[in-house]
Write a protein that binds this ligand. Sequence first.
Ligand code: PAF
Length: 287
Amino acid sequence: MEVIKTIALLKKRVKKAKLDGKTIGLVPTMGYLHEGHLTLANEARQENDIVIMSIFVNPTQFGPNEDFESYPRDLERDCKLAEPVGVDIIFAPSVEEMYPTDGGIAIRAGRQSEILCGASRPGHFDGVLQVVAKLFHLSEADRAYFGQKDAQQVAIIQTMVRDYNFPLQIRTIPIVREKDGLAKSSRNVYLTEQDRKEAPAIYESLNIAKEEYLLSRNVDKAIELAAKHINEKTNGRIDYLQLLSYPDLKSVTDETTHFLLATAVYIGKTRLIDNMIFLNKGVIQHV
Ligand code: PAF
């Protein structure tokens, strides 16, 4: 495995790989790898000749009061985790390498970015698109891998890829869950013993909403029942809980075929997100 810090060297390696007719899989990350990232890398390993993992804490997707400075960084640890799953190249540029100049040109995520997680993080998804677009160009990837846990992020990236004809495929990997259904997240370590007992109610509530919606086709009733479950089973506070069409993230209509149920809930001090994507007939794994 090679660690590359400059764009020039990455482009050299990519050019050679392309000349040799190799396919490239890109796993974009901000580092401090956990099981979810490794699952993405594993999938990329199976589907491509070369796997590039980017490790870059992207300043443009953090708001002024967010944790850009304190975001955990440990390249050595990340390399130790990435090598055994078959990553060929770690691309770990500095901020100056990625953003040496600012011509004032911005990519703006549209309507899809104003709701759910975007409602409380203005500009966040613009920053995500900026870095992801650069990484797509630099890696010349055939496929890029994202976790369904960040369903809104995936939907917005898919929209950019579709609308701007990026020549790659977006692969989405299902949410990895604990035995009791809690979605795996680096943030779960912040849960107290009591919080941890309550947290599976989030996934239970998504199932309740899905079942109710498929039965009654009544969005309000589905959301109401799910919220009731969270309120009864936890001391948590719901940030949002919504049923929308996927991937356009619009209100559900009679024509909707793909649904996204998404929620963010504060359990104690920890904000947990979870979601479920389903068709009229049931949950789907790959989108
Ligand atoms: O999901 C993330 O970790 C980041 O938003 C991403 C896609 C690596 C862009 O910085």
